[in-house]
Design a binder for this molecule. Structure first.
Ligand code: SF4
Length: 235
């Protein structure tokens, strides 16, 4: 069941107040650095990515400089992020395209971003929203889980979730809502054992309200099913 409008408005109000300072956790200074960091963040923590890019970007912070690395050399830098072979191949391929087709600049047009290796819907949305300041909702594992539990969306995949969130959330809040939902997923609405007992959204949350007996007994909300299917991959 999707939330009614009143519950939706209330949920967005609470999220905006609780996570007013939510910002991207990845560190970057250019669009290119952001793009590489987001590619590296698949199935990896932002903290780990920041450690890896702190070293990598010392000498390879542009597509041209990245392309001076052979694939095996780049793999050594990014090994600890996991999926290092495919990530290295994607970063080098995307860097080549940025250098050769886009004049060394990360393209702003969404379809051009999506044409780059390793850039799926989520990554393109993050770069569009965070760097180019366009209205976009990137659905990563946290956004997918939290929005579907809350009832802001009811979908079985990230793309449908994105479409539904664009209807549920006023356009001016799309980019901010992405960060609100990520932070709520990290801090409270964990994939396993969400902390419903301390959740400011419990009063409007579909999943929590569906677990009525847990609410009445003051149980900490583990009636809400753990997230199994989407934790590791959202694009
Ligand atoms: S009440 Fe529970 S399931 Fe609902 S948003 Fe809060 S932590 Fe997540």
């Amino acid at each position: 069941m999707r939330m009614d409008k009143q519950a939706k408005d209330r949920a967005l109000q609470i999220l905006s107040e609780v996570y007013a300072d939510a910002r991207p956790a990845l560190k970057y200074t250019t669009a290119y650095e952001l793009l590489v960091a987001v590619i590296l963040s698949a199935q990896c923590t932002d903290e780990r990515v920041n450690k890896v890019t702190a070293e990598l970007f010392k000498e390879h912070a542009t597509p041209e400089k990245m392309l001076t690395l052979r694939q095996e050399e780049l793999e050594k830098y990014i090994f600890s992020c996991g999926l290092y072979k495919s990530k290295a191949a994607h970063i080098l391929s995307a860097s080549r395209d940025i250098a050769e087709k886009f004049g060394g600049q990360v393209p702003e047009r969404f379809s051009d971003l999506r044409s780059l290796a390793g850039v799926g819907q989520k990554t393109a949305n993050v770069v569009s929203s965070v760097w180019f300041e366009k209205d976009a909702i990137a659905v990563d594992t946290h956004v997918f889980r939290v929005s579907n539990r809350l009832g802001l969306a009811k979908a079985d995949n990230p793309l449908k979730t994105e479409e539904q969130l664009k209807v549920s959330i006023p356009q001016a809040d799309w980019s901010k809502a992405h960060h609100w939902l990520i932070w709520h997923g990290r801090k409270v609405c964990h994939a396993q054992n969400p902390d419903c007992g301390h959740c400011p959204l419990a009063e409007v949350c579909d999943a929590y309200r569906a677990g009525g007996p847990a609410k009445k007994s003051g149980h900490k909300g583990n009636k809400v099913p753990a997230d199994k299917g989407q934790e590791n991959r959202t694009e």
